[in-house]
Design a binder for this molecule. Structure first.
Ligand code: BES
Ligand code: MN
Ligand code: ZN
Length: 500
């Protein structure tokens, strides 16, 4: 879809459809009032007759309204004005775009960006609107022989801003919104690909392609190189599979030479059967999503690259498949991680932490400003937070606060969980330095505690996205979270005093 920005009054738009909001009860927004004035009360008449109460989610399409230059006007109900906040704004944009997509209009001009939540800047409103619009029309139908054709799909969307002096900020925000939503779409596409297509080699190929497109550096380490580095924990997970493991290193060097990089680490299990500790059959297909951490990191790098962010970024993606097999790791096996610490693998289904720990050790060589890992790590995190918030853990409170705030800003929220030493005892092993599981309770926390033993040399945060990376049920699919949170975090870092 194409986007643009405009300032001007709604009655003068030569558009296939002008979209304006109505608050509940029957309270037109300013742009709706302007249209109404031009149409000599036509719209207020309709509202008075009870055809548009302003209830959130409701719409009314009007044709050939007198006194206006557009073909159609779409009234969108916004709910009560006092309750019109970020979520309500995004919902209204989504409703408008979905409705436009199903009418005959090829293009639309949205005045909802003028109405947006009061406390948010024009830049925020436009950025968010572009992202919600792209999300609303996203489809993954590449394997459908018959695609659900939309007869006249929406091609172009224009966002209105009130004043000319807002145009420039809105343009910048629009470009950001487009780059971020393309990053989200990439993460969703990668997540939705089935396990027989999206293999470790496939992810590596995607990273190499991105590097070519955006002038990044990309290196893919093969099994031999990982052996040399001593990544025996990662390799213990890969053992049962015929698919070759890969370790992807992708670098965006947008900052000053010598400036410490931010390192993003993404869990890339392209399918998680559980290994010898085999998972039950029900819903096992969803374990194709176990590489959504990797997908989010790649999506974030693509967004950062396309925005040309003045930051040094490193993406590390340990990727392999977790399969049972004659050569697979057994429960009770002991391995030495790259850090030198030994691990007793009591459950081969707790594999995410085993590949991440070696990547976290590898991260040390970049002398990072901070390291953030992203992983569909534990079912326990879903039990704790459901599908709304991402679990956040950090060894540095200021980093945690920054990420929480970025999540709020992006409406891609996280919730902080404790990393107290009291939990560390649960990982005791009688035979090795630690076990890879901590028992039944507090599973998301003990998983994070396990990782924390490999992140002592730098500021680190861990995002457990097991509940937020995809949706189950009838509208099953990857969400692209937390690309939005991460890119907002990076944008904020660019504004920091001392940054370029
Ligand atoms: N990929 C799973 C986590 C997961 C499970 C994400 C369900 C989303 C939904 C992870 O590798 C795993 O299997 N974790 C185990 C850990 C346990 C064996 C300590 C879990 O959560 O059950
Ligand atoms: Mn597992
Ligand atoms: Zn897993």
């Amino acid at each position: 879809m194409e986007f643009s920005i405009k300032s001007g009054s709604p009655e003068k738009q030569r558009s296939a459809c002008v979209v304006v909001g109505v608050f509940e009860p029957r309270k037109p927004t300013l742009p709706a009032e302007l249209l109404d004035k031009a149409a000599k009360g036509y719209i207020s008449d309709i509202i008075r007759r009870g055809d548009m109460e302003g209830k959130a989610g409701s719409t009314l399409l009007l044709h050939n309204v007198p006194g206006t230059l557009c073909d159609r006007i779409l009234l969108v109900g916004l709910g009560k004005e006092k309750e019109f906040r970020e979520k309500e704004y995004c919902d209204a944009i989504r409703t408008a775009v979905k409705t436009l997509n199903e009418t005959g209009a090829f293009d639309g001009t949205l005045f909802l960006t003028e109405t947006g939540p009061r406390r948010r800047s024009v830049a925020w409103r436009v950025r968010q609107a572009a992202m919600v619009a792209q999300e609303a029309v996203y489809r993954f139908d590449q394997y459908k022989s018959k695609k659900a054709e939309i007869r006249r799909p929406l091609r172009k969307l224009t966002f209105a801003v009130e004043r000319r002096n807002e145009l420039q900020a809105a343009e910048t925000a629009l470009n950001q919104g487009v780059a971020i939503s393309e990053g989200i779409a990439l993460a969703r596409n990668l997540g939705n690909q089935p396990g027989n297509v999206c293999t470790p080699s496939y992810l590596a190929e995607q990273a190499l392609e991105m590097a070519r497109e955006l002038g990044m550096e990309c290196q893919v380490l093969e099994r031999e190189a990982m052996e040399q580095l001593g990544m025996h924990s990662l390799l213990a997970v890969a053992r049962g599979s015929r698919e070759a493991p890969k370790f992807i290193v992708l670098q965006h060097k947008g900052g000053k030479a010598g400036e410490k990089p931010l390192v993003l680490v993404g869990k890339g299990i392209t399918f998680d059967t559980g290994g010898i500790s085999l998972k039950p059959a029900a819903e096992m297909d969803e374990m194709k999503y176990d590489m959504c951490g990797a997908a989010a990191v790649l999506g974030t790098l693509q967004a950062a690259g396309r925005m040309g962010l003045p930051l040094n970024l490193v993406a590390l993606i340990p990727t392999c498949e977790n399969m049972p097999g004659g050569n697979a790791t057994r429960p009770g096996d002991i391995v030495t991680s790259m850090s030198g610490q030994t691990i007793e693998i009591l459950n081969t289904d707790a594999e995410g932490r085993l590949i991440l720990c070696d990547a976290l050790t590898y991260a040390e060589r970049f002398d990072p400003e901070a390291v953030i890992d992203v992983a569909t790590l534990t079912g326990a995190c879903v039990v704790a937070l459901g599908h709304v918030a991402t679990g956040l853990f950090a060894n540095e409170d200021s980093l945690a606060r920054e990420l929480l705030q970025a999540g709020e800003e992006a409406h891609d929220r996280a919730w902080q969980m404790p990393l107290w030493d009291d939990y560390q005892d649960l990982l005791k092993s009688p035979f090795a330095d630690m076990a890879n599981i901590g028992g039944r309770w507090g599973g998301a926390i003990t998983a994070a505690c396990f990782l924390s033993r490999f992140t002592k040399k730098y500021e680190w945060a861990h995002l457990d996205i097991a509940g937020t990376a995809w949706k189950s049920g009838t509208d099953k699919g990857a969400t692209g979270r937390p690309v939005s949170l991460l890119t907002h975090f990076l944008l904020k870092r660019c504004e920091r005093p001392g940054a370029q």
